[in-house]
Each structure stands twice: as structure tokens, then as C-alpha cells.
Write a protein that binds this ligand. Structure first.
Ligand code: GLN
Length: 550
């Protein structure tokens, strides 16, 4: 097993995850099996309780793990399926060590950060790197380990120390360290400044880790003089100083790194063979070219809560882009803050109210993504009503399905005050209700989570066509509430079709509407399994229907 560790310095948000995933693509393109582990030095056990507003979306895995969104990058770039253990946090390491201490495993010793925490980290990396991830049951050859945060943070110190020891444990010929840093341009002359990178490398080296490669984020390509200076001050070979400048689209990143020789240089260090032809690499270049050449634009109105921060809906955006790519168009998303569609908002800010409605009406399709909490619910219901009544393509994901059902109950069945008990526990018509297996006292990992099977009950529906004629569908879930089974008969009699249900036919998984071009809702989150060349079927359905309105 070879390990490629990717650390970061200077500041966060440099695109470490994309760099790490891209290096993974390059390794996969020369014929090796690649896995990935993300280290998050925070104390949370997992991302399940973290606000998408602060940390970006909570990504959900097949096994129900609620993890950092970088695991989504790995799954999409490398086309693999990861496990909850592929996201290592301080919370997980400490709880494992504390549990072992309580069992008496340490035989009377004082339990300390070094060696107990650092050993646990190294054991974890070795164990999890070996888990098969590509569906063939074979052990990976290479594991990318991304260290979250920036080197020098108090929180990441035990991980940095563990990695320092780890290079000896696995052998230097099986260990590559890539450090991602920033090269800002300052002043009228526009000089590329190397000092921040010098400092972060100094910090890394003081901790006993010397980078094999520097990947430097910059707007423009690094100048030869900048590379030389960095090489000199950072104890790295000049050819190993790589420029990660802005490129036209994200699929270009592997190509940009490859063209600087990184594939050959890593292969040499790790003793890997490079085959003559690399069809996967060619696919990526072709994909990047194709994205640049798209001319038509599809506009989807995304009616959500966190409209300021696109990371909150990262996988949804990716699934839309993959679908647009498939139909041969660019994806343009109009962010509509749900609350601003509500009538009472007009008094507060009539301009924004008008703008939001105009954006909704101008869009070729409407998407209501998943969410928790009451804010903006009435606005989402209005968006669903608008799409339903005007034949506008609609996709509701999780909460977006629940909202569509509530809207239908209120406005078609005439059930005034119909609601989810999540938002109104005294509603006269509980249309969406709390699921028996949820917990109201513990928020972490207590939802219906991960991959569950949906059965289609008819072939006469969009879902059957979109899922390629499959009647058993496996998608990922993350919810506490569900459509009230007692109301299904009435809803169905009025034209709302529950075409997909769980294996016991108790839980409603997919809704469709007869006599509408595309009105589709899923209780699951299909966005998590979307791939660049295999867009998520419900999203593709939305984008295809939207494309027809161009
Ligand atoms: N809040 C809703 C529930 O818990 C929807 C969750 C979601 O959209 N992920 O069921």
C-alpha cells in the first residue's frame, strides 16, 4: 500500500480536496486502485451535527456515514464508494482510545497523545486504506490521505505527529507528501509572493515532515523564478514545485497537474509503472474540453435556505451540472431564498420579493433541495405550487418531496393547515410525520440514514425510464420525517402518484404527478451518487424536461 498525503498551509479553502482528488485520478489513470481518507481534526465524531452554513453540506455515504463534503469529491472523481471510516476525526480517534482505556487495554499505562493517540491514528490509516472501494472487492494500491485544516493548527498537531511517524512505519518509498499552499500576488508590479509558503513549509519541517511536492494555488501560472525561489527556500526540487493556477473548469485540474509531470514524478518516487495508453486520462481531457465548448444554458431556480453559500448544496449543484453536461448545456443556477417568496416578505423588502418571484418564473425548472427546520417552508410550498400549476419541471429532494406533498394536500385536497409535524405539531392534517426510528433527544446519527432500497410499483412512470428500466433502486437517505401512510389513499385518489416505496411498502420514496411534464420528488437524496459521466437519474429527468423549454 502506498500513501499520498496531502496537507495544506497558509489558509483553508485552497482547493486541497480537489488537488487530492485530481492526484487520485492521475494515479487511477495509470492503472492503480485508489482509495481516499479525509482527516478532519475537529472534535465532532462526524459531520452529522454540523451546520451546512458553516461547513458546507453533510455528505451521506452508502453505510449511512455523515461525513465531510470532501468525501463527495473523492467518490465523484474516483468513482468509488467510501465508508464512514474513510473520514477520520479527532472525535473518532479519542473515543476509540478512551473506550480502549475503559476496557483496560492499556494495562495500567498512562494513556497519552504520544504514543496512544498517534498509534490509533496510524492503525486507523492502515486498516481503512485496505478497505475495497471500487466494487470489485480488491484491496486498493494507493490511498490518498487528505489532512484537513492547516498545518500549525493546535488541533491538527497529533495528526501531523502521527504522519511523521507513519512515513517510517510504511517506508519512505511508499509515502509521498504533497503540501498545498498559496502564492498571492501583491503590489503594482504584481509580484508572486513566496513568503507565506516558506513559512508554512518551515512549520511542516519543524514537525519532521518535508514535502515531496508543493502545489501552489495562484491565479496565474507560477513563473520559473517563483518556482526556483520556492525550491530553494522550501527544500523541494524545482520540478516538484507545481503551479495550481485558475483553469476553465474543475475537470481540467488533473490535466494541469499531469502536464507539469506530476504523474511521472510520483510514479518514480513510489515505484509505479506507467502504461503506454491511459484511456481514463484521455476521458478527463475530453470531458474538460466538452465543458468548455457548451453553448446553451439551462437555468434552474434553486429554492433553498442557505443561498449565500454554495458549498451547502455542493452535491446538488454537481448533480445538476452532470445532468446539464449530459444534455449538452451549461448549468446556471438562480438562487432563490425560500423565505423571500412569502407574501409577508413583500412588506419587509418588496424589491427582493419581486426579484425572487421573477427569478422563479424565468427559470426552466425548479429544485427544492433537502433541509431541516421551519425557515422558508412556506416559500418552498409556494414554489412547489407554482411549478405544479404551471407545468414547470420540478424536482423535490427529501424536504422538497415533503413540501410538494404538503402543498398538494392543502391546495388539491383542500386540507387547510396541512403540514409536517416537524414544523407544526398541532396541525389538523399531519401530512408528514415523525418516523418511529428517529430520536428527539439525540441528533447525531439517529436519522434514517444511508442506502435503502426503493421498489417501483409500476413501469408507467418517469422513474422506471430514468433508472434504465430498473425496478429496484438503491439510493441514500437522511431524514427523520416521512409522508403519513394514512393519507396516501386520499392523495393518490386526487392524482399524486407514489410510484416508489420501500421494501415493506410502508415508506413513500418517489412521487410523480400525472398530467405534468415532470413533477418528481424523492424522499432519498439522489445527488450523492451522481457522477460526471453518470448523472443522477432524477436530476437528469429535471434537466431534460427543463431543456425542452429552452
Ligand atoms: N427535515 C426533513 C426530515 O427530517 C427532511 C430532511 C432532509 O431534507 N434531508 O425528514
Amino acid at each position: 500500500m502506498r500513501f499520498i498525503v496531502v496537507s495544506g498551509g497558509v489558509l483553508s479553502g485552497l482547493g486541497k480536496g480537489v488537488t487530492a482528488s485530481s492526484i487520485g485520478v492521475l494515479m487511477k489513470s495509470i492503472g492503480y486502485r485508489v482509495s481516499a481518507i479525509k482527516i478532519d481534526p475537529y472534535l465532532n465524531i462526524d459531520a452529522g451535527t454540523m451546520s451546512p452554513f458553516e461547513h458546507g453540506e453533510v455528505f451521506v455515504l452508502d453505510d449511512g456515514g455523515e461525513v465531510d463534503l470532501d468525501l463527495g469529491n473523492y467518490e465523484r472523481f474516483l468513482d468509488i464508494t467510501l465508508t464512514r471510516d474513510n473520514n477520520l476525526t479527532t472525535g473518532k480517534v479519542y473515543s476509540a482510545v478512551i473506550e480502549a482505556e475503559r476496557r483496560g487495554d492499556y494495562l495500567g499505562k498512562t494513556v497519552q497523545v504520544v504514543p496512544h493517540i498517534t498509534d490509533e491514528i496510524q492503525n486507523w490509516l492502515e486498516r481503512v486504506a485496505a478497505i475495497p472501494v471500487d466494487g470489485n472487492g480488491a484491496e486498493p494500491d494507493i490511498c490518498i490521505v487528505e489532512l484537513g485544516g492547516t498545518v500549525g493548527d493546535i488541533e491538527s498537531a497529533p495528526f501531523v505527529e502521527a504522519l511523521r511517524q507513519f512515513q517510517f512505519r510504511v517506508g519512505k518509498e511508499n509515502f509521498v507528501l504533497v503540501h498545498v499552499s498559496l502564492v498571492p500576488v501583491i503590489g503594482v508590479v504584481g509580484e508572486q509572493k513566496t513568503k507565506p509558503t516558506q513559512h508554512t513549509v518551515k512549520e511542516l519541517r519543524a514537525a519532521g515532515l518535508s514535502p515531496d511536492f508543493l502545489v501552489c494555488r495562484a491565479e496565474e501560472p507560477l513563473l520559473p523564478a517563483t518556482k526556483e525561489k520556492l525550491a530553494l527556500f522550501c527544500h523541494v526540487e524545482p520540478s516538484h514545485v507545481l503551479s495550481a493556477h485558475d483553469v476553465s473548469n474543475i475537470y481540467r485540474v488533473p490535466q494541469m497537474l499531469n502536464e507539469q509531470g506530476v504523474t511521472e514524478m510520483i510514479a518514480e518516487k513510489l515505484n509505479l509503472e506507467i502504461p503506454e495508453s491511459r484511456p481514463l486520462y484521455d476521458d478527463w481531457v475530453a470531458m474538460a474540453d466538452r465543458v468548455d465548448s457548451l453553448e446553451k444554458t439551462i437555468n434552474i431556480a434553486m429554492v433553498g435556505k442557505y443561498t449565500g453559500l454554495t458549498d451547502s448544496y455542493l452535491s446538488v449543484i454537481k448533480a445538476l451540472q452532470h445532468s446539464a453536461f449530459k444534455v449538452g448545456a451549461k448549468m446556471e443556477i438562480s438562487w432563490v431564498e425560500a423565505a423571500s417568496l412569502e407574501a409577508k416578505f413583500e412588506d419587509k423588502d418588496s424589491e427582493k420579493y419581486a426579484e425572487s418571484w421573477a427569478a422563479l418564473k424565468a427559470a426552466h425548472g425548479v429544485l427544492v433541495p433537502g433541509g431541516f427546520g421551519i425557515r422558508g417552508i412556506e416559500g418552498k410550498i409556494l414554489a412547489a405550487q407554482y411549478a405544479r400549476e404551471n407545468g414547470v419541471p420540478y424536482l423535490g429532494v427529501c424536504l422538497g418531496l415533503q413540501v410538494a406533498v404538503i402543498e398538494f394536500a392543502r391546495n388539491v385536497l383542500g386540507l387547510e393547515g396541512a403540514n409536517s409535524t416537524e414544523f407544526d405539531d398541532k396541525t389538523p392534517h399531519p401530512t408528514v410525520i415523525f418516523m418511529p426510528e428517529g430520536s428527539k433527544t439525540h441528533m447525531g446519527a439517529t436519522m434514517r440514514l444511508g442506502s435503502r432500497q426503493t421498489n417501483l410499483h409500476t413501469e408507467d412512470c418517469h422513474a422506471f425510464r430514468l433508472y434504465g428500466g430498473a425496478k429496484k433502486i438503491h439510493e441514500r437517505h437522511r431524514h427523520r420525517y416521512e409522508v403519513n401512510p394514512d393519507m396516501i389513499a386520499d392523495l393518490e385518489a386526487a392524482g399524486l402518484r407514489f410510484v416508489g416505496k420501500d421494501t415493506e411498502a410502508q415508506r413513500m420514496e418517489i412521487i410523480e404527478l400525472a398530467d405534468h411534464p415532470y413533477y418528481f420528488g424523492t424522499q432519498y437524496h439522489p445527488e450523492f451518487k451522481s457522477r460526471p459521466n453518470r448523472p443522477s437519474p432524477p436530476f437528469l429527468g429535471l434537466v431534460e424536461a427543463a431543456f425542452k423549454r429552452l
